[in-house]
Design a protein around this ligand. Sequence first.
Ligand SMILES: *[C@@H]1O[C@H](CO)[C@@H](O)[C@H](O)[C@H]1NC(C)=O
Ligand SMILES: *[C@@H]1O[C@H](CO)[C@@H](O)[C@H](O)[C@H]1NC(C)=O
Ligand SMILES: *[C@@H]1O[C@H](CO)[C@@H](O)[C@H](O)[C@H]1NC(C)=O
Ligand SMILES: *[C@@H]1O[C@H](CO)[C@@H](O)[C@H](O)[C@H]1NC(C)=O
Length: 198
Amino acid sequence: MMQKVTRLLVLLVLGSARTQQDPILLQENFDLEKFMGGWYEVAVASTCPHYMQRKRENPLIVALRLDHVPFGSNFTMTTATLRNGSCMETSTEYFLTNTTGRFFHHVARFRADIDSSVLHTDEDDGYAVMLQLSTEKPSGNKTSIIKLYSRTADVSPAVLHHFQALAMNYGMNEDAVIINQNKGVCFPGEKVTQLQKL
Ligand SMILES: *[C@@H]1O[C@H](CO)[C@@H](O)[C@H](O)[C@H]1NC(C)=O
Ligand SMILES: *[C@@H]1O[C@H](CO)[C@@H](O)[C@H](O)[C@H]1NC(C)=O
Ligand SMILES: *[C@@H]1O[C@H](CO)[C@@H](O)[C@H](O)[C@H]1NC(C)=O
Ligand SMILES: *[C@@H]1O[C@H](CO)[C@@H](O)[C@H](O)[C@H]1NC(C)=O
């Protein structure tokens, strides 16, 4: 599937967040509508030690949902995590940029600007890979996070292998990829107090 992809080349200023200076290769003909809906975050890797530590302590599959905002094509990402026995929802608005497949959002808690790029989508196998470059203010510290989203809680070894290869391309160590464990999830929008089996 990789061979058939002739990709759009986009040089990002934020590319300096990575150890290498490779340009970011976005998914060609990215279709935002097909990217909407429910996903599971099944694997992650990051150059940020704090993020990696948090994930290693709690490597669980997270359910998320992407929805357009009313009257616009920007979208929200709603994630649900179990905290203290309750399913807590967090919604973040992602703003479209002039580049198809690139989005922008701000995380107040870390005073960070996040530039997200969809590197790959595969509708047949139901997965997508997103690279997020984060710039913290005022330190200017830059880190990258790469995430594997899947329409199902299980992904094939071939998909994981592809994800690992992309993570390495974008400056992550080979052993940095954390594969989230399937211990059930709480779903965004559902008032549940227990994990649901996937
Ligand atoms: C996204 O939201 C921003 C800020 O509210 C707005 O300026 C922009 O027009 C929106 N973009 C689209 C494509 O809806
Ligand atoms: C968790 O729930 C218990 C019982 O409802 C409460 O006493 C405690 O303060 C909660 N902890 C947090 C961190 O919210
Ligand atoms: C998109 O391009 C227009 C025209 O070149 C520019 O005015 C606008 O600021 C750009 N928007 C973003 C979000 O980069
Ligand atoms: C910025 O990154 C450097 C090197 O990783 C680290 O030592 C420093 O504490 C970071 N600064 C902030 C404000 O996070």
